[in-house]
Ligand binder design. Structure first.
Ligand code: B12
Length: 472
């Protein structure tokens, strides 16, 4: 028996969130939150291993873990729940573990899924021994001190207390060597926590925007990653709920990036109405290559309905300027679109026309219909709001049972219609090459070639694909 080894598993999914096809199964979703916890454990003298469930069936993963000796540990298995879509997988995995290794203990965490209500999680994942809420860097080592020390642990199912951890002084330094397959994943670099917008439905609404990683540390991490991977062909994702570097930060980062001779291209996500276009040019000179823009809609009515802005004309004008700046700076813009409550064919037409105007500036689109989550702060109030906009749940009770609920968007647009419309819109603006360029930049296995991708795409029903393929 090994007391020193700690296994950390990121729950996978039984099937992709979007259409179940081989293309969507290629995605590698790096759980850098869990890798941060593993890095702290390893730093403290344990030997930690991080394994991603991906789309492997839980029973097959348990077989693999057993064969590779990772289940011989006496420490609890740390199970991370990155989204509600992994709950089914997590349930099968934790039950499977308990059936085959009855003495093992399982601790689960994942702040976007669990919420602070023990009873729901306990019923949904009955084989889990302890639920930890919120962030966990401050408590992760205590979890390895034996089960008696769990009792009374703040913000966990071991106590009634819900005091969240205080914010971190330093973001964890990610140790990629703790993942055997790390070279297939593009690395992530956490830039900040918190957001500051206090949107009523968000888990992070009370977490104010914390200071951003400084320019020197950012550049030093990029060099460290390049050395570790033995290559500059890595594309780190600068992770932040709200990435909004100040002008002095941008200029300092550009200077240190250039003076250290870095040649690493990176990606980030931001709102469309908060960055002045000149920032894009400067960041492009410091490696920014892809930006995910949360436009959400080109319809003023829909933008107002989702509370994205109170001034849609100004918002869309800013968004247009930003897209043009990306184009001029050679930065690929991937635009995120949300089909929201009250959506109709004519509001989608408004979005299509708007996007068409900027077609030259758009590398790709990601379109998704609204989904409700149980972890939304006040799901009843939020549902009420959605109903008043004309939406209705596809299935009563699914939110309570599954942790998420699909929605019909309006009288004329069912959930299935919305899925169909999402794919159509994506196909209008994205070719297979655009899609490959964007996905292989961040999410496809680093070894996947354009030829491999094309072969898989050719064998996949084209009406389930979000990109258009040239007629052959
Ligand atoms: C970055 C991000 C990603 C990244 C990285 C994910 C990660 N967890 O590291 C990637 C691209 C991989 C990703 C993928 C997906 N994501 Co995402 N993602 C986010 C985002 C923007 C930030 C997540 C975050 O806070 N990371 C920072 C780390 C430090 O926090 P953390 O992961 O929560 O980890 C801490 C705690 O949760 C806890 N913890 C976590 N695991 C464990 C385990 C144990 C044992 C313990 C003790 C503690 C613990 O400790 C960690 C460190 O403090 C959020 C939220 C947002 N603002 O939109 C959405 C969000 C979490 N994602 C979401 C979704 C739906 C997805 C996808 C299905 C794809 C999609 N967008 O539709 C996939 C799911 C992957 C899967 N296997 O299920 C939803 C989840 C909603 C829900 N309740 O289900 C969110 C809320 C966005 C949204 N509203 O749609 N995502």
């Amino acid at each position: 028996m090994h007391h020193n080894e700690v296994l950390l598993v990121s729950a996978g999914m039984l099937k992709p969130k979007k259409a179940d096809n081989e293309i969507h199964r290629l995605n590698l979703y790096l759980n850098y939150g869990l890798l941060g916890l593993a890095s702290i454990i390893d730093e403290a003298g344990y030997s930690a291993q991080v394994v991603h469930g991906r789309f492997t069936h839980p029973e097959d993963l348990i077989d693999d873990l057993e064969t590779s000796g990772l289940l011989r540990t006496t420490q609890p298995i740390m199970l991370s729940l990155p989204s509600s879509f992994c709950l089914e997988w997590a349930d099968l995995f934790s039950r499977g573990i308990k059936q085959r290794f009855p003495k093992s203990a399982i601790v689960a965490g994942g702040r976007w899924v669990l919420g602070p209500h023990a009873s729901w999680a306990e019923a949904r994942l009955p084989a889990v021994d302890l639920f930890v809420y919120g962030t966990a860097e401050g408590r992760i080592l205590q979890l390895l001190q034996g089960q008696s020390s769990w009792h009374g642990m703040p913000s966990s199912s071991g106590s009634r207390d819900r005091t969240p951890e205080p914010p971190l002084q330093n973001l964890p330094k990610l140790n990629y060597l703790l993942m055997k397959d790390f070279k297939e994943y593009h690395p992530s670099l956490e830039m900040s926590r918190g957001c500051g917008f206090s949107c009523s439905f968000c888990v992070e609404r009370d977490v104010k925007l914390e200071a951003m990683r400084d320019p020197e540390s950012t550049a030093a991490e990029l060099s460290r990653y390049a050395n570790l991977y033995g290559s500059a062909s890595i594309h780190p994702y600068f992770e932040a709920s709200y990435f909004r570097p100040t002008r002095p930060w941008i200029e300092a980062f550009r200077d240190v990036y250039c003076s250290s001779g870095l040649d690493i291209q990176w990606r980030c996500e931001t709102r469309v109405d908060t960055w002045p276009p000149s920032d894009i040019t400067k960041l492009a000179a410091a490696g920014l290559r892809v930006i995910d823009l949360g436009l959400e809609s080109g319809s003023p009515t829909q933008l107002m309905a989702m509370g994205k802005t109170r001034n849609p004309e100004r918002y869309l004008k800013k968004a247009g300027e930003l897209l043009e700046a990306c184009h001029d700076a050679g930065v690929w813009a991937k635009v995120n679109i949300l089909l929201y409550a009250g959506e109709t064919r004519s509001s989608i037409e408004e979005t299509t026309l708007w996007l068409n105007h900027y077609r030259q500036c758009i590398k790709g689109l990601s379109v998704s219909p609204l989904i409700m989550y149980r972890s939304d702060a006040d799901p009843d109030q939020y549902l009420h709001e959605l109903l008043s906009l004309g939406a209705r749940p596809v299935e009563e009770g699914s939110l309570r049972r599954e942790g998420y609920g699909l929605m019909h968007l309006s009288k004329e647009m069912t959930h299935d219609d919305a899925v169909e419309a999402s794919l159509e819109l994506s196909r209008m603006f994205m070719s297979s090459r655009d899609y490959f360029d964007l996905k292989s930049f961040s999410y496809f296995p680093r070894s996947l070639s354009w030829e491999d991708f094309n072969r898989i795409a050719a064998a996949t029903a084209s009406d389930t694909l979000p990109f258009s393929r040239p007629a052959s």
